[in-house]
Write a protein that binds this ligand. Sequence first.
Ligand code: GUN
Ligand code: ZN
Length: 428
Amino acid sequence: MSKQILLTGHVLKTTGDPFADADAVQIHAGHGVLIEGNHIAATGPADRLRAQAPQAEVHDHANRLILPGFVDAHVHYPQTAIIASWGKRLIDWLNTYTFPEESRFGDTDYAARVSGDYLDLALAHGTTTMCSFATIHPASVDAFFEAAAARDMRVVAGKTCMDRNAPDTLRDTAQSAYDDSKALLTRWHGTGRAHYAITPRFSPTSTPEQLEALGALWAEHPDCLMQTHLSEQVDEIAWVRDLYPQARDYLDTYEARGLLGAHGVYGHAIHMEPREIDRLAEVGAAVVHCPTSNTFIGSGLMDLAGLAARGIAIGLATDTGGGSSFSMLRTMAAAYEIGQLRGTPLHARHLLWLATAGSARSLHLHDRIGTLAAGYEADICVLDLASTPAIAQRAANVSDIWEAVFATIMMGDDRAVAQVWVNGRVVT
Ligand code: GUN
Ligand code: ZN
């Protein structure tokens, strides 16, 4: 039998979507998670698990919160080194900071170094899975998947495709985007814990021919995800209207070319027309909320409550490096604040679910990760609910566990991450 490990403490238990049923997310004191090999073998009262597995190596986390590793549903790992760049909105930010940095990923060693640096930062913040854009360089995809495999992490990534409105050094063609994406997908999708996402950056940097070619590739590989950006800033939407005069709206630039479907993951989705919302709901596509990015780049306030009420799958993401933090705690705090500005504050149970099972669902990984239950992979984060003096004094003055958890969500960062497990092995 594989080695058994028992983590005990407060355990986050998820049985469904809290936007449909608030009782679907609970915290149980004095519970545990029993790990066998790479998987969770059982969860339940700590005493019962101790009796069930008397040989297990026990990690008693007492008052800490044991939850699934965070799932960051939209990042750009190549933007790690330009996070927190000052003073530009989306298109100027891309041209001023992002594209020059992404040009450096033609250098394979640089891509390997940033991949490792980014993944180590993510793990230190409790994030065990992410869905990342690479750059146009195929080697930037290889570097990321290789670094993730070395850390045994379940990750999603894809080659970013752009054949116009980008510097020469960052342009492919419709044909090379198809060919390179297909070769990468064949190499990586389903290899170990890797998943491939077909990745047109966004409609302004692809010709209609490139979007069509990637739509054709997706039709050949419908089990792959397709990730892109949608309706992030008002100026961007006006630009899309100019570039695609026939389109009914932004989403239609994708839809008309085979890039709308249940495995589609659309980042930002802030300024949407009713038709776009209807279509996303009808096809079962996912949108990703990137709250620190949406405030940092000045994009706007996504209507998370409205989209959730329509039954649209929603992931939560840092959008590294448009977002201003690697931390899903900071990201949950920003989601809360945006909810407040819209008059729809989210409870801690909604925030934790979005950062774990909700994001996993948006990436179609919810049968493997994002939930602590028997049969799931043992990707786990343990949070210290008194990680700084400021948080500790608040946590000492709570009437229930949710109040303490909320204080860590609002005030916490990587100092709150006490332990991280990836595929059954402790990494921090
Ligand atoms: N839209 C197209 N590319 C990007 C990007 O890199 N970051 C963000 N936030 N939006 C985008
Ligand atoms: Zn993005």
